[in-house]
Design a protein around this ligand. Structure first.
Ligand SMILES: Nc1ncnc2c1ncn2[C@@H]1O[C@H](COP(=O)(O)OP(=O)(O)OP(=O)(O)O)[C@@H](O)[C@H]1O
Ligand SMILES: [Mg+2]
Length: 235
């Protein structure tokens, strides 16, 4: 589902990843671990075509992202849900509107606007159900700017759940949550991916959470070392 082939990447003269290769199979749930600054977020950016490698190739669902442009790139992104480290919410929209915005990639502009301004009952229900799963059903009408950091993080997770994407990329989804809620949210992402057969790549700093995944990939010093599959999480 996601393949990095000999990928080298950096910002200006700063090299971040050098000749990195790994692959994540369809339906696999993989933790991405490594110290701050190792390049985890850079791997996420490259995985949905928001950042291009200096050399090497990134494939999603068998397509080389560098060969996709315009409508084909948008169609590919509709298959990918991204939970950004910085949440990526639209402050002035309500919580529900932000969750509905997760389905934009698969819509025309007119239909996307319609869904935000006048969501259909089924769209409201999808958003409400996703928000209930992250414990925010009571904040559905709040504006995003009125929420705490952890609540914003949970809205971003609800948006990814509502998108029902084939590939879920979660960059430190537990980072701004207290440990208990963080672990619940990670369990939820694991269970949601398992139930739908979706592929999950999730960066984390907590080793005890990484152990819940099928496998861990470690990033550090410009290299990526795939580890042996860990014991099944039992989810
Ligand atoms: N936009 C940018 N411009 C210049 N350098 C950048 C940029 N984004 C990241 N970097 C640098 O690239 C390196 C890798 O950053 P990245 O954000 O991928 O790390 P990370 O593993 O996600 O770290 P963290 O655990 O702190 O989130 C860092 O040294 C960082 O300073
Ligand atoms: Mg990061």
């Amino acid at each position: 589902m996601l393949v990095f082939e000999d990928v080298t990447a950096g910002y200006g003269s700063r090299s971040v990843l050098s000749s990195v290769s790994f692959s994540v199979q369809r339906g696999e749930r993989v933790a991405l671990v490594g110290p701050s600054g190792a390049g985890k977020s850079t791997i996420f950016r490259m995985s949905y075509g928001a950042f291009a490698p200096v050399s090497g190739r990134v494939f999603v669902g068998g397509s080389d992202l560098a060969t996709l442009h315009g409508a084909r790139l948008r169609a590919m992104r509709a298959r990918i849900a991204v939970i950004f480290q910085a949440h990526g919410l639209v402050d002035q929209l309500s919580v529900m509107q932000n969750v509905i915005a997760g389905t934009f990639g698969s819509r025309s502009t007119v239909d996307a606007l319609r869904a935000v301004v006048a969501p259909k009952p089924a769209e409201r229900e999808t958003a409400r159900a996703a928000l209930a799963r992250v414990g925010l059903a009571d904040r559905i009408a709040s504006r995003a700017f009125e929420l705490s950091g952890g609540q914003r993080q949970r809205v971003a997770i609800a948006r990814a759940i509502a998108q029902r994407a084939e590939l879920v990329l979660a960059d430190e989804p537990a980072a701004s949550l207290d440990p208990e809620l963080g672990s619940e949210i990670v369990e939820m992402l694991l269970a949601d991916a398992k139930a739908r057969g979706a592929t999950l790549l999730c960066s984390l700093h907590q080793p005890e959470l990484a152990r819940r995944f099928d496998r861990t990939i470690r990033v550090g010093g410009g290299i990526v070392a795939p580890e042996e599959p860990l014991a099944s999480s039992g989810l």
